[in-house]
Design a protein around this ligand. Structure first.
Ligand code: PLP
Length: 390
């Protein structure tokens, strides 16, 4: 069967070959440790699960949800932004509920960009920003993130002609895959640029609540003028170990919120209202005990990994947030060569940096969402494999 031509424009899925090798190894009886996937291993807190159980039994929740998210959910999100970032959001015009951020990120692109338009996308990055721009027929202009600049883009490098055609600019801090963070000064700079060129600034705040050594990520909406041109994605997936639940919101600029909500009303019928009810409990009951415990666990794992990679003499970026550790491949290997090497020689699966864009070449990503004893075992195996290289 022949698919539509735009499907052929999608870049090859780099994990495919790796997935095949891993499946083959597993079939041969090898004990593989997968550090490639970023998906919390801990369960959703029990009080949130109970809230869902109760809400699922309510017949009112069995009918179609509100397309834009229930008023109660949008109000809870607005109150959370007030409490967390001291930002006042109007729940009806500045908040739209989503079936996970990924859904909103994809659909916002369809609402904002098409043929002739440019979408400015960090490289490396979460692949959805660029793949959706490609599907929508827009042009992707990559913004390289380099270690020299702490993985923040250099806007001075963007040609004037590109800025004039740009409709969207993506930022994602705390950053997947590098673990880098952004300051309010950085946000001020990017808000200024987007206002000057009338570009929708899209901030993906998926890792908002993860922080080590006391770090707490800011929101781009803390910049007073941001609301003129910025929309932000806040997901419950990572903070509350709820990736399977599919619940998030987009908040900020009303025109962008309205465009996304309008497009969605033609596409889906919103998240299950019972899931929204449980999300309200997550956002309303004091969440800091959950965040504190999660951060303690991720920081312990981060430190295990950092120590091991330093002992291997690899070039590592120390993250203050996210559950990723980004480090250079050994001996100038490409990221595919290196991930393959560790699969073969250590039975450890790592994400190749090139899967996140050209500028990710030469890097690997370790995810910290694996049981701590398995992570320790993986580091021992990698050390052994590294000593064979020398
Ligand atoms: C995990 C992740 C998301 C996806 O979040 P969902 O709300 O589960 O769809 C979005 N952006 C980045 C950068 C992520 O790593």
């Amino acid at each position: 069967m022949k698919m539509t031509a735009r499907m052929e424009k999608l870049p090859p899925y780099l994990f495919l070959e790796l997935d095949r090798i891993v499946a083959e190894k597993q079939a041969q009886g090898y004990d593989m440790i997968n550090l490639g996937i970023g998906d919390p291993d801990q369960p959703t807190p029990p009080y949130i699960v109970s809230a869902l159980q109760e809400a699922a039994a309510n017949p009112a929740n069995h009918r179609y949800p509100d397309y834009w998210g229930s008023v109660a959910f949008r109000r809870a999100m607005s109150e959370w932004y007030q409490r967390r970032f001291s930002i006042a959001l109007d729940p009806l015009s500045e908040v739209v509920g989503l079936i996970g951020s990924k859904e909103g990120i994809a659909h916002l692109t369809w609402a904002m960009a098409g043929p002739g338009d440019v979408v400015l996308v960090p490289d490396p990055s979460y692949p959805v920003y660029s793949t959706q721009a490609i599907l929508a027929g827009a042009e992707v202009y990559p913004l390289p993130l380099t270690a020299e600049r702490q993985f923040l883009p250099d806007f001075r490098d963007i040609p004037e002609e590109i800025l004039r055609r740009a409709k969207m600019l993506w930022v994602n801090y705390p950053n997947n895959p590098t673990g880098a963070v952004a300051s309010l000064d950085f946000y001020r700079e990017v808000v200024h640029l987007c206002r000057e060129y009338d570009i929708l600034l899209c901030s993906d705040l998926a890792y908002a609540e993860i922080g080590f050594d006391g770090y707490q990520a800011p929101s781009v909406l803390q910049i007073p003028e941001a609301r003129d041109i910025a929309i932000e994605f806040y997901s419950l997936s990572k903070p509350f170990n709820m990736t399977g639940w599919r619940i998030a919101a987009a908040v900020g600029n009303r025109d962008a919120v309205r465009a996304l909500g309008t497009l969605k009303s033609h596409l889906d019928s919103g998240a299950f209202t019972a899931v929204q009810d449980a999300a309200i409990v997550a956002l309303t009951r004091d969440p800091y005990p959950v965040f504190t415990e999660q951060n303690r666990l991720y920081q312990e794992r981060r430190d295990i990994v950092l120590r091991a990679l330093h002992e291997m003499n690899l070039d590592v970026f120390t993250p203050l947030s996210t559950f990723y550790v980004w480090f250079s491949t050994p001996q100038q290997m490409t990221s595919s060569e290196a991930s393959r090497y560790f699969v073969e020689q250590a039975q450890v699966v790592l994400a190749p940096g090139a899967a996140y864009g050209r500028a990710g070449e030469g890097w690997l990503r370790i995810s910290l969402t694996t049981a701590t004893d398995r992570l320790v075992e993986a580091m021992q195996r990698m050390k052994r494999a590294m000593s064979q290289l020398a």
